[in-house]
Design a protein around this ligand. Structure first.
Ligand SMILES: *[C@@H]1O[C@H](CO)[C@@H](O)[C@H](O)[C@H]1NC(C)=O
Length: 185
């Protein structure tokens, strides 16, 4: 009887530890910190988009694991010439109209260009849309000239053109922030 219980106990313990290791492997921890530099006057964007001098921001090289319903946060960007995006897209050095469904992904999901020009299915607001990955939302660096003194991206961002927001049927006055899921198309 004791033997039965201890075997069960060990089996449960092993199961528990394996599960812990699995969860640990799936975690995406920060890999560093960048600090807002003074003066912040060099930031061309609205003040609330610039790194605050002295404030620390976590950086990430990883993103949460991708599944058939990867949780993410949808933000708004323009990939047009003269848009908020800093220059042409990293993937093919082109600009994209606001009417084309394109996105930038956080560093881990961008996966050193491996998702470039691949399509993802974005679901949100009860609708879904297919969009092409053309750029990176850099979560590994920030608060420097290269990133126009803006903070690093979070590690779970799908930064999308207006076309994506329109296709999801989100009312225009709510464009900018939405919980969504995505998967490789
Ligand atoms: C993604 O979609 C675009 C537009 O429909 C298409 O031109 C492109 O070839 C697709 N990319 C891949 C890798 O299938």
């Amino acid at each position: 009887m004791t033997c039965f219980f201890s075997k069960t106990f060990i089996a449960l313990l092993v199961l528990f530890l394996t599960n812990c290791l699995y969860i640990e492997a799936q975690k995406c921890n920060p890999n560093g910190i960048v600090k807002g530099k003074s003066p912040s006057g060099r930031c061309k964007h609205e003040d609330d988009l610039c790194c605050v001098p002295g404030k620390k921001y976590q950086t990430y090289k990883c993103s949460p694991p991708v599944s058939s319903h990867t949780k993410a946060y949808l933000t708004l960007n323009s990939f047009e010439k003269g848009g908020d995006g800093n220059g042409p897209s990293t993937c093919d050095n082109k600009y994209y109209s606001d009417d084309t469904p394109v996105v930038a992904l956080s560093t881990g999901w961008f996966n050193t260009k491996r998702r470039c020009l691949h399509n993802i299915t974005i679901s949100g607001n009860g609708q879904s849309v297919v969009a092409m990955v053309v750029d990176e939302c850099d979560s590994s660096k920030g608060c420097d000239a290269e990133h126009e003194y803006q903070p690093p991206c979070a590690n779970n961002i799908v930064d999308a053109s207006m076309a994506v927001w329109k296709a999801l049927g989100v009312p225009r006055n709510q464009w900018g922030g939405l919980d969504i899921t995505w998967s490789d198309a």
